[in-house]
Design a protein. Sequence first.
Length: 161
Amino acid sequence: MKKWVISFLLAAPCTYALPTDRDQPLNATSNQASFDQNNLIAVYQGNVHATQGTTSLSSNTLTLKLNNARQLQSAIAEGSPAIYTTTLKPKEVPLVAKAQHLEYLPQQHQIILRGDGFVTHGDDSYRSSLIYYDTDSQTVLSPKLPGNRVRIVIQPQEKHS
């Protein structure tokens, strides 16, 4: 049951990972896991590690909520920090997202990073205490918050002669 439920988390966001990732075996480990059949909630606790192909997630806790059709409704990872890593294109450096709280809402096409949110892809980076990422439009938003500064670093593309 553990591998079936957690595969929703890794398979759904893989539209932005390598296409072959979803065909790879899923490996998930944690110190403790439970699945509530009536409420369709799975909770993984303690040193959570999940990998599928080039996609991985590490966190202290992971909570998955499914709808009545048993499709992923939300995935919430808490960590110090929680770390999501995936490779977008072959032979490219991975995209890494870190935050104290990572939330994936597939039906809203949204990933939310709260608490020291930091996303890197190569030498480009995005840092804010709150980051909303729309996976459909591929847009990023960090609203104005007291005491928060957003930092974006975008490197120039190399010129090919």
